[in-house]
Design a protein around this ligand. Sequence first.
Ligand code: SAM
Ligand code: SF4
Length: 321
Amino acid sequence: MIDRFGRDIRYLRISVTDRCNLRCRYCMPDGIQTVSHDDILRYSELLRLVRLFAGLGIEHVRVTGGEPLVRRDVAGFIADIKQTPGIRTVSMTTNGTLLLPYGRALKEAGLDSVNISLDTTDEDLARKITGCSGVVQSVQEGIRLMRELDIPVKLNAVLLRETEKTLPALARFAEEGVPVRFIELMPMGYGREASGLPAGEALRILRSVYPDLRPSAARLGTGPAHYYESARLSAPIGLIDAVSHRFCESCNRVRLTSMGVLKPCLCFEEGVALGALLRSGADDEALRRATEDCIFQKPRQHCFDTPQNMTENKLMSQIGG
Ligand code: SAM
Ligand code: SF4
C-alpha cells in the first residue's frame, strides 16, 4: 500500500493485549485500568484483518502489547499468522520475563525473531522502573533460551536519566553477539512524566567505553535505528532517536491496537476503528476501503518535538510501542 507521500507500507504492529505483568513507570504504572476482555479483538478477528492487510501489501507483522506473552496461546496466533499467504516474517516485542515458559512454543510456531525490552542490567534499578523483582535475571534466562533455540534476539532499552550509568553494562550484550538498541523516551502517556536521556548523550557515554565506535552500514530489519560498530563488539549498537531526529520519510509501518483501531502514526489519535466496523458486520470490501483510506491519510511526520500538537492520549501499553 502506498500512502499519499509515496511511502510503501509493509509493516504492521499488532497489540494483542493492553495487559502486562510489569508496571514500567513510563508506560503503565500501577493503578491503570485495563480494557474489558470483550473489547479486545479475538484471534479469529485479528486473523481476518491480517489476511486483508496481507492482500494490501503487508509482509511483516510484529506482535506486541501490553505484554503479548500474557495473552493465552499467543504462540498459536503466531503460527496462524505465519500461514497467511503474503506474510513473510512474524516477530515479537516482549519484556522477556515469560520467555522461559513460552519460548519453545514460539519456536514451534515459527517466530522469526524477538525484540526484548530491558532498560538496565541493575536488578534494583529494574525493580524501581518496572515495579517487579527478579526482572533482569528472568530476562537473561529468556535471552539464553532464545539463543539456544536459534531465534534472533535484539535488545531494546529506553534511554532514561536514571539508567545512564548502567548503559555500558547493557552494551556488553553486543560484545556477546546480541544487537542492543537504545531508544529515546517518547512523550507518550506516562513517558511525559519521566526523564529521558537524549541519544547524543548516550552515544557520548558509549564512546567513553568504545572509543572506536563508528557508524555502521548494518541494517537489522526494517526499523529506524542508526547502527554503530566497534572492534570490541560482535553485534552492532543501535540508536533510535525518534525525538531528536525524524525518520518519518522512510516510515513503513502502521499499528493495530488491541481494540482494533488501525493507527497510521503514533502521535495522532486519528485512525480507523476496524474492530468496530468488523463487529458491525462489514464485509471484506468495506474493511479494505477503510484500511486504504486510513493508510492514504498517514501524516507526513510525527510531532514529538512539539508535544503540544500531539492528539494521541492513549498509553503505550494500549498502542503497543
Ligand atoms: N511489553 C512489551 C515490551 O515491553 O517490550 C511490548 C509492549 S511495550 C509498550 C513496547 C516498547 O515500547 C517497549 O520496548 C517499551 O520500553 C517501549 N515504550 C513504552 N513507553 C515508551 C515511551 N514513552 N517512549 C519510548 N518507548 C516506550
Ligand atoms: Fe509492560 Fe512493556 Fe509497558 Fe513495561 S513497557 S509496562 S513491560 S507493556
